[in-house]
Design a protein around this ligand. Structure first.
Ligand code: B3K
Ligand code: ZN
Length: 876
């Protein structure tokens, strides 16, 4: 397979200044007429070559003259045309088959043919499935789009840009035109047509532009769009205040679909959302889902500047828009909710999804050097690690400096396709700081290990902190260089009081502060703190100031001290996580229990501390997940990891005590409410955690309570939490509750997804049969990505004990489904295949079985480029 390489980037030989598209829309066939106004780069002498995949060419003309058959060639997804000049207009007409498009890329049908609607998905390279075009992000054009369709079947016609007329046609047909004045890359093109309903709101930007905000959904879902509308308005206001960025069209459309390969898409003026990230109501959405809707609405909106107004020169720069936009979204969510909880959530995600990716066969730099299929690079590394890199740079510049730098970046690159060098260059120049050393973070894969050693010298009252770094090799990158690692830190005395810091060579201005950032930018470096009156406990990497793995030989008592006293909510949680991991080691090794005791004691004290925020307490009571704990094993036996983590929770529950847990559960349950405010959300979160802990030591009572909670739940959060406890405990009551849930939510696809996914959490040995039964259920289909993820994704990723069966039957089932899925939807299949990540670290028995399952996929005839690239990387 051909590899695309960053080092081989060349500016386009041909550009398009203006695109005129006319769609004659139909479910089975759609005709697309395109007129491209071409521009030739005088410095290059290449023939006109356009991308086009699976297109049925009906006619082709250049400058108004039909082209003879020998003046063009269409092969291997490229159309080559002779005779084009600078200023030429190329006109093509092609036929598409939307209803037959199961890959959900290009133009496709969402829903059943009788009442479904048509929509497009173009990022990264879907536009070439719609018409011939130089389908690369550095070709920016202005778009005029005319949609024509039967009025009854397609009453609503939408495309990106501002509306520019509409009218009737013969035979019950109608048309609508849209003009987008902002030049954009083809991946941001979108259209939607069908029977949709809307909610609207008037918005005025700070600068006085009147904008119509419109959210569209199918009739049964339009009642669940109000929360997204509020979130959109908050996002728009926030981007004006935090970044001075305003919206730039007269309308902003948002559309919900149940058939979508990922979360959502930021098409200019016409965002399209997976319904999962747009619809919300208390009866069918959990608190976590509400927060996800708010975050994704914001993320897509923020792309209007970070991605659309300033786009990427090529797909290697993907993190330029994604890492930056995730960072902006995280800042927004932190402002709207609790900053500490948000940081905990983000770091937990980074550790669960990105660290294992960076430590396995799919490891790649935030800016990859090559790819075969770009859709495989919308990864946790490009998104989440990419955001961490922006966060480090933002931290380096400080609040005002970062804003100054972002202003410079937007001003200088507006309307253009930029690179990561442009980004770091603008930020650095606006502040007189050279940020180019951070480019190394973008080019180097793998998670750095940061070691910290502290030495207290009582005679001189100094504390020397020696930091060193090391990044293990990753595929294709055996040797690593040191990176700039900002380490935010504080020191605590033995009473838990924070100490003033005086670094050698400190300026008067910074001396005496209680929190500092030191930057390690070589292999090893020592920092000496003066006037230190006793051996301190260091609180390192505060707020997770760099995406690294910290190795520091803390005594359990040191971590317990931080867990009790660190005023930084994030680092408090972090100390608890480190301590829990050490407690896990105690259980595995079985020779001592000092970490286990310290962890349980500290949490017992916090549990009984009435001043604790219930949401933070819930997070503190949650040990690291099984995937994270597995990283501590040389050879992973997922059942053993699962069993040890269960034991860890049993110890904790026993220490807090059955009656204390019971009492707390009852007092939280007495105030069950539907309200979405932070304090009610926090109480629900703690209630769920307490019930889970209770179920570890007194399943009989916990299941009775869960049943009651299920029956009386005012919200989905409480209902699903109760159901999960029943299913995980394989309670006798689970059956009736599941039957009730199914009956109640049969018509709600997003709730039904939860019905599927909760059942994948059955205890290990039982789940495979359930997965088989569920895929035979009439509500299951391999054609819907959400449904596939809610069954196979939830099982393979969230129930390691149930997926990694010692006999390999789990691997075989997934491998078989991957082959079938690949024939329908390569993007979803490739993503699902990454559930095998980490297989090389399994114990030998499972490792051999996993390998043969992956090999059976690799050997399958006619694999897509997407799935092929993933399984090949997995095996090499
Ligand atoms: N930019 C899209 C992702 C497109 C994925 C293409 N396979 C959503 C987002 O990150 O906002
Ligand atoms: Zn994005």
């Amino acid at each position: 397979p051909t590899l695309v390489r960053l080092s081989e980037y060349r500016a386009p030989a041909w550009r398009v200044s203006q695109v005129e598209l006319t769609f004659d829309l139909g479910i089975d066939t759609t005709e697309v007429t395109s007129r491209l106004h071409l521009q030739r780069d005088p410095a290059q002498d290449a023939p006109l070559r356009l991308d086009g995949e699976g297109l049925e060419l009906l006619s082709i003309a250049l400058d108004g003259e039909p082209l003879a058959g020998d003046a063009w060639r269409y092969a291997d997804n490229v159309l080559e045309v002779d005779g084009a000049r600078d200023g030429s207009v190329l006109e093509t007409r092609v036929c598409l088959r939307p209803a037959a498009n199961t890959a959900l890329e290009g133009l496709y049908l969402s829903g059943p043919r009788e009442r479904g609607f048509l929509l497009t998905q173009c990022e990264a390279e879907g536009f070439r499935h719609i018409t011939f075009f130089p389908d690369r992000p550095d070709v920016l054009a202005s778009y005029t789009v005319t949609l024509c369709a039967d009025r009854d079947r397609f009453p609503v016609l939408l495309a990106g840009g501002n509306p520019d007329g509409q009218g009737e046609l013969e035979g019950g047909r109608h048309w609508a035109r849209f003009v987008d004045p902002h030049p954009k890359p083809s991946y941001l093109f979108a259209l939607v047509a069908g029977r949709l309903q809307k909610i609207e709101r008037d918005y005025a930007t700070g600068g006085g532009r009147a904008v119509k905000l419109v959210i569209w959904a199918e009739p049964d879902a339009i009642g669940q769009c109000g929360y997204a509308m509020d979130a959109l308005e908050r996002s728009m206001r926030w981007d004006e205040e935090a970044y001075g960025r305003e919206y730039d069209l007269d309308v902003f459309h948002v559309v919900a679909t149940h058939d979508f390969n990922m979360g959502a898409m930021e098409n200019k003026g016409l965002n399209i959302f997976n319904a999962k990230y747009l619809l919300a109501d208390p009866d069918s959405s959990t608190d976590d889902e509400y927060r996800a809707v708010e975050a994704v609405v914001a993320h897509e909106y923020f792309h209007n500047w970070s991605g659309n107004r300033v786009t990427c020169r090529d797909w290697f720069q993907l993190s330029l828009k994604e890492g930056l936009t995730v960072f902006r979204e995280q800042q927004f969510s932190a402002d709207m909710n609790s900053a500490a909880l948000k940081r905990i959530e983000d770091v937990a995600l980074l550790r669960r999804a990105q660290f294992p990716e960076d430590a396995g066969p799919l490891a790649h730099p935030v800016r990859p050097a090559q790819y075969s299929e770009i859709n495989n690079f919308y990864t946790a590394t490009v998104y989440e690690k990419g955001s961490e890199l922006v966060r480090m740079v933002a931290g380096r510049l400080g609040r005002d400096g970062f804003r100054r730098g972002m202003d410079r970046y937007f001003a200088r690159n507006d309307g253009q396709a930029a690179t990561l060098e442009d980004f770091l260059g603008a930020l650095g120049e606006a502040n007189g700081i050279d940020l180019m050393p951070y480019l190394a973070w973008y080019a180097q894969a793998g998670t750095p290990r940061l070691s910290a050693r502290g030495l207290y010298d009582a005679a001189h009252r100094t504390y020397t902190l020696t930091l060193s770094q090391h990044t293990p090799p990753t595929p294709h990158q055996p040797h690593k260089q040191p990176l700039p690692i900002p380490v935010k830190l504080a020191l605590f005395d033995r009473a838990g009081q924070i100490m003033p810091l005086h670094l050698t060579d400190d300026s008067a201005e910074t001396s005496g502060a209680t929190e500092r950032v030191v930057v390690l930018d070589r292999a090893e470096q020592a920092f000496v703190f003066q006037q230190i009156t006793e051996a301190p406990v260091p609180s390192l990497l505060r707020g997770f100031s760099a995406p690294v793995i910290l190795e520091c030989a803390y005594e359990p008592a040191d971590l317990a001290l931080l867990l009790r006293h660190d005023p930084d909510g994030f680092n408090r949680w972090e100390a608890g996580q480190q301590l829990a991991a050490r407690a896990y080691d105690n259980l595995r090794e079985g020779n001592e229990t000092s970490a286990l005791d310290a962890w349980c004691d500290a949490l017992e004290a916090l549990f009984n501390d009435g001043a604790m925020d219930p949401a933070l307490l819930a997070d503190l009571l949650t040990p690291p997940g099984e995937i994270e704990l597995a990283e501590r094993e040389r050879q992973v036996d997922p059942s053993h990891v699962h069993a040890l983590r269960q034991q860890l929770q049993e110890h904790l529950a026993l220490r807090i005590g059955q009656s204390t847990l019971q009492h707390r559960y009852e007092s939280l349950a007495a105030h069950a409410s539907l309200q979405l405010d932070a304090s009610n959300q926090a109480r629900r979160r703690l209630k769920r955690r307490v019930l889970e802990l209770l179920s570890r030591i007194d399943p009989w009572t916990a299941h009775a309570q869960a049943t009651l909670q299920y029956d009386n739940a005012p919200s989905m959060t409480d209902r699903l939490a109760a159901l999960a406890v029943l299913v995980r405990g394989n309670a006798s009551q689970a059956h009736a509750a599941l039957a009730h849930f199914r009956e109640r939510y049969a018509d709600n696809p997003l709730a039904m997804d939860k019905w599927f996914s909760v059942q994948t959490q059955l205890p290990g040995e039982l789940v495979l049969d359930r997965v088989r039964a569920l895929e035979a259920d009439e509500a299951f289909t391999l054609k819907n990505p959400n449904r596939v993820n809610s069954l196979f994704g939830a099982w393979a990723r969230n129930n390691p004990d149930g997926f990694h069966r010692p006999d390999g039957s789990g691997y075989q089932l997934l491998a078989e489904r991957l082959k079938q899925l690949d024939a329908l939807n390569p993007q979803v299949a490739a993503r699902m295949a990454t559930a095998f990540n980490g297989w090389q670290r399994l114990e030998p028995g499972r490792r051999a079985l996993a390998r043969s399952a992956i090999e059976s996929v690799a050997a399958h005839a006619a694999l897509s480029r997407n799935l092929n690239e993933i399984v090949q990387s997995m095996l090499h």
